[in-house]
Design a binder for this molecule. Structure first.
Ligand code: FAD
Length: 461
């Protein structure tokens, strides 16, 4: 490529999207540098999906110990040691960080361990060293960061998902604030690990945007596992002798050891120099891009959470890959954001692909809804009072399955496999002719015969 530039590609941010883009572009022979101001691996590896899932696993042993009795086991009173989990989890995160760095090196990407900002359409300035790098193409992959909304007096006393992984001791009493998947997951983890957990959410149900029946079922399950306060917000936080005193909008006060705010994330664009190149942010504070991740400045692209298309690791990875193929590999393709399988690692777990009942109705008009709610086989002997809920939503005109929703054990694993079929355009008839795997929970997905609801919008016959 052109000799005027120091590099063909400069990537700002070594997280899911940036790392993938850098490696693929380097594989096409591009000269690539990647700046990371914190730790290579980004949110997912360092303080997101990976350490969180390890904590989810830790918490789930509680149910296993309890359930074992119904199968004849006598288990001594289990004890949990936070410090052991933290040390082992941190070591694993460190190992993965090393692998990310090694893989970038092997691909020929030069890692620049400092903050980078944009100076003009082709220049990046490295903040610590003051060095400037001229790049043919700049990729912004800076991700997002947690915000403590709404601002309440004493809010600075709360931690976010960034700090939660640094806690040296387990809080015995914790208030989690928020109703999105991060709040839901952490509240589930702390409750399972034995902390007295309150989850306060100002909305009337958890997990806005998910299928309403799945939300109801999760609310019900969570109310049994923790102190769930819906329609409740925090009015004030104060430090007191025993910890933190929290005044809630329901008129009660709580005393806790930690307050974890998980009330939202915003693109990490402060001071990045976007103004200098005339990139204006959208209403969510994200960088607007076209289907190929190109901003309004032709030499600057953006992928991942900073574009707020779907804030998930596999999406950031795929956007980074598509960008590198398109710009450096002469293989142009765009990510389809329409059908995204995803999971919430609550306990019970949630797995979703496609539309929920209300968005399916809006989009397709006449839909059939198949629902199965049942006690999982394991619960018959364990005695656990929890149900599995599965929903399959079908567009009547085409018979295509346009949504599958699962709440129950291993829902994330199940939905990944179902996601293949739904992405391929499977019809309800395809589901029906699939032989059941017996006895499993998943077999319900191929044995639901009668729709519980046939939905028509007003005036449609
Ligand atoms: P990031 O991974 O955030 O990477 C951006 C990187 O850029 C960071 O390392 C940052 O330090 C660096 N950076 C920022 N500014 C600069 C700068 N100016 N110069 C140099 N470096 C800079 N997704 C899932 O799919 N499944 C999950 O289970 C899941 N769980 C999550 C749990 C939590 C608690 C959180 C917070 C997120 C979770 N996510 C999950 C979301 C997922 O982590 C993100 O969608 C994903 O990491 C986005 O990748 P990215 O490349 O856009 O940004």
């Amino acid at each position: 490529m052109t000799q005027d530039f120091d590099v063909d590609l400069f990537v700002i941010g070594g997280g899911s999207g940036g790392v993938r883009a850098a490696r693929i572009a380097a594989g096409y022979g591009a000269r690539v540098q990647l700046a990371e101001e914190y730790r290579v691996g980004g949110t997912c590896v360092i303080r997101g999906c990976v350490p969180k899932k390890l904590m989810v696993y830790a918490g789930r042993f509680r149910d296993e110990f309890e359930d074992a009795a119904g199968f004849g086991w006598t288990v001594a009173e289990p004890r949990f040691d936070w410090r052991v989990l933290k040390a082992r989890r941190d070591a694993e995160v460190g190992r993965l960080e090393g692998i990310y760095g090694t893989n970038l090196g092997k691909a020929g990407v030069a890692i620049v361990p400092e903050r980078a900002v944009i100076e003009d359409a082709h220049t990046v300035r490295l903040v610590t060293s003051g060095r400037r790098v001229r790049a043919k193409v700049i990729l912004v992959a800076v991700g997002a960061h947690p915000v403590k909304l709404p601002e309440v007096p004493g809010c600075e006393l709360a931690i976010t998902s960034n700090e939660v992984f640094d806690l040296e001791t387990m809080p015995e009493r914790i208030l989690v604030v928020g109703g999105g998947y991060i709040a839901v997951e952490f509240a589930g983890v702390f409750a399972a690990l034995g902390a007295r957990t309150t989850l306060a959410h100002r909305g009337d149900r958890l997990l806005r945007g998910f299928d309403d029946e799945i939300r109801d079922a999760l609310d019900e399950a969570y109310a049994k596992r923790m102190d769930l306060r819906l329609g409740t917000s925090v009015e004030r936080l104060e430090r007191v002798a025993g910890g933190l005193a929290v005044t809630l909008s329901d008129g009660t006060t709580l005393e806790v050891d930690q307050v974890l705010y998980a009330t939202g994330r915003r693109p990490k664009v402060e001071g990045l120099g976007l103004d200098a190149v005339g990139i204006t942010l959208d209403g969510a504070g994200a960088i607007p891009v076209d289907a190929f991740s190109q901003t309004r400045v032709p030499s600057i692209y953006a992928v991942g959470d900073v574009t707020n298309r779907a804030a998930l690791t596999p999406i950031a990875i795929r956007e980074g890959h598509a960008f590198a193929d398109t710009v450096f590999g002469d293989r142009s393709w765009a990510v389809d954001h329409d059908l995204i399988p995803t999971a919430v690692f609550s306990t019970p777990e949630i797995g979703v692909v496609g539309h929920n009942e209300s968005t399916a109705r809006e989009r397709y008009g006449k839909i059939d809804v198949y629902r199965s709610s049942f006690r999982p086989m394991k619960a018959t002997l364990s005695g656990r009072d929890e149900k599995v809920l599965m929903k399959v939503i079908v567009d009547c005109a085409s018979d295509r399955v346009v949504g599958v929703h699962i709440l129950g054990h291993d829902a994330g694993e199940i939905i990944q496999a179902v996601g293949i079929a739904v992405t391929m355009g499977a019809t309800k008839a395809d589901f029906d002719r699939t032989i059941a795997v017996h006895p499993t929970a998943g077999e319900e997905l191929v044995t639901m015969r009668t729709p519980v609801v046939t939905k028509r919008p007003e005036g449609v016959g």
